[in-house]
Design a protein around this ligand. Structure first.
Ligand SMILES: [Zn+2]
Ligand SMILES: [Zn+2]
Length: 305
């Protein structure tokens, strides 16, 4: 079986860990950009994008050796079938978007197209939390990716995982890249864990510059995680997919409808698995979950048609 996979594990470069969705006191977050940068830098992140509502926050002067700021913004527009708004992260935009946040009459396609035109990367944020359905996501085109996991939505509402939304559009022919982000707000509620440093993307890039990180993300040279590490994904001449990873409880090769395969650890944790695929599949993506319920997600591997 011939497969098509943009393989970050085989690409040259170094791994850089970053969060591409976060809010500060510049919009509805509780931490200043300075505090947020400290939190992520001290947690071992390499880069952060502050994506406040309605404004590309000025993060000049917050960079330090080994820690990069990627500009960004989030905007909420349009109207889903349920009447809710589309939330769109504009990663890498340098100027505040020329649209009004919370404009329900604005076609979200105009926002996505604008972000692409100015060299940014449009990401459809937290579709589960937003109340988007499959038709809403199919009505919009040319977005780069979709959040499969959003820490803030998960911690606050238990609606952070949008895996089935993504599989629904892939089955229907779309090829979105898959992102895990924090969407940090820092809401203060008793017993609510801080929604920072819970999810990230690991990007294979030649260096830690905005240009190189953006180029690698645009090409799909990354994977997402809330904990476990995917060490490699290889595809042999027969199309068998092999995965190596940090010790986990399950390794899943997800493909819909009704296909794919899930493997379970027995006496010892799993650190590898392989999967030849099944007839009728159009794609496979890898999900691994550790004993604490933390997950890592590969980008999709497509079967050649
Ligand atoms: Zn949002
Ligand atoms: Zn947000």
């Amino acid at each position: 079986m011939k497969r098509h996979f943009v393989n970050p594990f085989k690409a040259p470069g170094n791994w850089y860990k970053g969060n591409v969705h976060a809010h500060t006191t510049m919009s509805d977050g509780t931490r200043t950009p300075e505090t947020l940068v400290d939190i992520y830098r001290e947690a071992g992140y390499d880069f952060l994008s502050v994506t406040d509502h309605s404004v590309v926050a000025d993060t000049g002067g917050l960079e330090s050796p080994g820690f990069l700021l990627v500009p960004g913004e989030e905007i909420c527009v349009g109207r889903s079938h349920a009447g809710t708004l589309y939330h769109i992260v504009a990663l890498g935009v340098e100027e505040t978007l020329p649209f009004t946040d919370f404009d329900r009459e604005l076609d979200p396609q105009r926002v996505v197209d604008h972000i692409n035109e100015v060299g940014g990367i449009p990401i459809l944020a937290h579709p589960y939390w937003s109340g988007l359905n499959h038709r809403d996501m199919m009505a919009l085109e040319r977005y780069h990716g979709v959040e499969i996991y959003n820490t803030s939505c998960e911690y606050e509402r238990n609606t952070g995982v949008s895996a089935s939304h993504i599989d629904g559009v892939i089955v229907a022919g779309r090829r979105p890249w898959i992102y895990a982000t924090d969407d940090h707000h820092g809401a203060d509620r008793p017993n609510l864990p801080l929604d920072a440093c819970g999810a990230w993307i690991s990007v294979k890039s030649k260096d830690l510059t905005v240009e190189s990180i953006m180029e690698s993300i645009r090409r799909g040279l990354f994977y997402s995680s809330t904990g476990p590490e995917i060490k490699s994904i290889g595809i042999d001449g027969d199309g068998v997919i092999g995965v190596e990873c940090s010790p986990v409880k399950t390794i899943s090769f997800i493909s819909t409808p009704s296909l794919g395969m899930k493997f379970y650890a027995e006496d010892t944790p799993l650190t590898h698995a392989s999967y030849p695929g099944r007839s009728g599949e159009t794609y496979v993506r890898v999900e691994i979950t550790d004993y604490d319920g933390r997950t890592a997600w590969s980008n999709p591997i497509y079967n050649a048609v």
